[in-house]
Design a protein around this ligand. Sequence first.
Ligand SMILES: Cc1cc2nc3c(=O)[nH]c(=O)nc-3n(C[C@H](O)[C@H](O)[C@H](O)COP(=O)(O)O)c2cc1C
Length: 370
Amino acid sequence: MTSALFTPLKLRELTLANRIAVSPMCQYSAEDGVANDWHLAHLTTLAGSGAGLVVIEMTDVTRTGRITPGCLGLYSDECEAGLKRAVSAVRHWGQAKLGIQLAHAGRKGSSHKPWNGSGPLKAGEGAWQTVGPSPIPFAEGWPAPKELTTPEIEQIIAAFADAARRALRLGFDTLELHGAHGYLIHQFLSPLSNKRTDEWGGSFANRMRLAVRVTEAVRAVWPKEKPLGMRITDNEWAEGGLTPDDAVALAKELKTRGLDYACCSGGGNLPKPPPMAPGYMVEYAAKVKREAGIATRAIGMILTAQQAEEIVASGKADFVALARGFLDDPHWAWHAAEILGAKAQVPPQYARATIETWPGAKIVRPAKTA
Ligand SMILES: Cc1cc2nc3c(=O)[nH]c(=O)nc-3n(C[C@H](O)[C@H](O)[C@H](O)COP(=O)(O)O)c2cc1C
């Protein structure tokens, strides 16, 4: 049996060993944006997961662009040095290619870590002034962000380009921009959070301007042989909010600016959870791929090897990304390969755990019920 999921994927000059990515996942464990031993251990483990690509968590381009005080940043020499240590370990010990997701949290910044409740920080808890397209709070009880002026928006675009330069020095294989989950680029795109009347608001072309300008600025410093992606919003599941057609229009526009793939997501701009079910956003990746003619990555409750295989084999998406599946089972891709009769890359130190290197010594995993 040949598996579509375990065929290589070429994006510009980057070849991934298979179509499985570890989705970016905030660890809320940095200090002033600087990565530490947690990131080193976490990323080195995931780089041996068998996935073709590991994307480092949402990494913020300014200090005030962080969600929480524990979020990773790439806005200082210290941030760059901290990541250098983790990236070197991944390169030395791991097999996966490495990407990083650059972001600005906008009005969702200055908040508690999830395990401390996720709500906004109060004065005395290290709160900072957040920014956004319009002074509309994320939710009841949240402070209103300061409405950004055009020079301030230009500074943020420049900060994305600076962070991309640092990412390039660190040797990342691919770079992703966060245009979803209610963070700054998404806040500008959505008519629910952007009520501006200048060139950054109003028409869809104006609301797209920040996404377009950031893509152009980053593409200008990111080499042409390396791919650039964006996580986009395909649905806000809200009256008057962004729709799958808006996602197609955005992807088409960004493709002309040098974007290579769209990771199709949704929700996050309102304090209301999306209607989650297995594969609930796969259809968006298929639509964007078909109608915008750009490579896509499907995400969202992709739970089984067979489900991931079907998504790629049927051409709905070029690759898939899983988040919680890899937290639960950091060797998810080895196990998917086993089920699909394919081979995943395994660190030599762990090879004895795989069936083909020690066929007589069967391993039985604790059984799960659905
Ligand atoms: C712990 C955790 C942290 C996350 N952090 C990020 C992040 O930094 N950037 C992002 O775009 N999505 C983030 N997400 C969303 C995931 O990347 C993913 O898209 C989502 O969990 C759905 O995939 P899943 O059903 O495979 O978990 C996070 C999810 C989890 C569980």
